[in-house]
Design a protein around this ligand. Structure first.
Ligand code: AHM
Ligand code: MG
Length: 309
């Protein structure tokens, strides 16, 4: 339970977040509340359509995408927005702000029918120029919401740490955890894309490492709750390696990999790709480009990416 009842806007102002970023986050928080209502009340069936990555969409993916784009439009601060569910980014020439916002409206939406936790992910950059730059260039904030038994919003601001807020019964996000810090070592593992063990015996070696260490498996199939588990417990590793059919991995750089790498960097963790390089150093070539993902406790991520080298 929150000890000091601080609203997220109050807390971020005290931390020195500038007005525009707080205003963007205010609109993001509103969209999270609307998405939460829609999940509880809405249609969880398929939409009969596919997104830019060729994945089936459910009606909720499309609704969440609309809710977020409308809120970001209202903010007048995002010059360009890009969604995992839209082929092309959207530009608002008349907006006074110059921010770029990338988002995955409903990550893990294939888990909705099974009633498992899902989430929404956002990255915020101070300039709309992305292609040709490193993913981390100009990144000022990232956040994600978890729609589980409780609704949480975890926010990281450049140089100002990573903090968790929880939606209370009057619709406010209240501070629950300030300055989340990840330990360098861990006894938890969340192994994505395990089928890779067959084509890449090195991944089987990694798996053997965790079994030998008697690490605890904590894997739900949703990147958001799996990574939230690590931030909540203060240690862990999440992996999603490449395979023959997905040579750059499955997860998207701008909508998933970079926002979480940023959040973990602010929490003393790391976000690397399979080659052991910082995800945030990846050059952006396409809004929908993929990345392999190895995120969590520093020493464990290093040990695992070394084994895969
Ligand atoms: P999505 O954005 O289409 O929901 O896909 C992302 C999700 C992640 O949450 C999760 O880690 C991963 O896909 C699991 O994929 P798979 O079950 O195909 O290995
Ligand atoms: Mg996703």
């Amino acid at each position: 339970m929150p000890s000091d009842n601080q609203s997220f806007n109050y807390f971020l102002r005290e931390r020195g977040a500038d007005w525009d970023v707080r205003s963007l986050l205010y609109h993001i928080a509103r969209s999270v509340k609307y998405i939460n209502f829609s999940i509880r009340a809405g249609n969880t069936g398929g939409a009969g359509t596919e997104n830019a990555s060729g994945e089936s969409q459910i009606a909720m993916d499309i609704l969440a995408d609309k809710i977020i784009s409308k809120e970001l439009e209202k903010s007048q601060l995002a010059k360009v927005i890009a969604s995992e569910e839209q082929d092309e980014p959207m530009t608002f020439k008349s907006h006074r702000g110059n921010y770029f916002v990338a988002y995955d409206p409903l990550d893990g939406s294939s888990l909705v029918d099974a009633n498992l936790a899902i989430g929404t992910i956002f990255g915020i950059w101070e300039s709309p120029e992305m292609v040709g730059n490193k993913a981390g260039d100009g990144m000022v904030a990232a956040c994600y919401a978890v729609y589980g038994p409780r609704i949480t919003l975890t926010i990281a601001l450049k140089g100002k740490g990573c903090h968790e807020f929880e939606l209370n019964d009057v619709g406010e996000f209240i501070l629950t955890r300030a300055d989340i810090t990840i330990k360098d070592d861990t006894t938890y593992f969340a192994p994505g894309n395990l089928k890779v063990c067959r084509e890449n015996p090195k991944y089987a070696t990694v798996m053997q490492r965790w079994l030998t260490k008697q690490s605890k498996l904590r894997y739900s199939g949703g990147m958001v709750p799996d990574l939230h588990h690590i931030l909540s417990k203060g240690h862990g590793i999440f992996t999603y390696p490449k395979d023959k059919s997905q040579p750059e991995g499955k997860l998207r750089l701008l909508f998933e990999g970079a926002p979480f790498a940023f959040l973990f960097n602010e929490a003393n963790g790391v976000g690397k790709n399979q080659a052991g390089h910082d995800i945030l150093d990846t050059i952006v070539t396409d809004y929908h480009q993929n990345t392999t993902v190895f995120i969590g406790s520093k020493n464990e991520v290093k040990a695992v990416t070394d084994l895969l080298a």
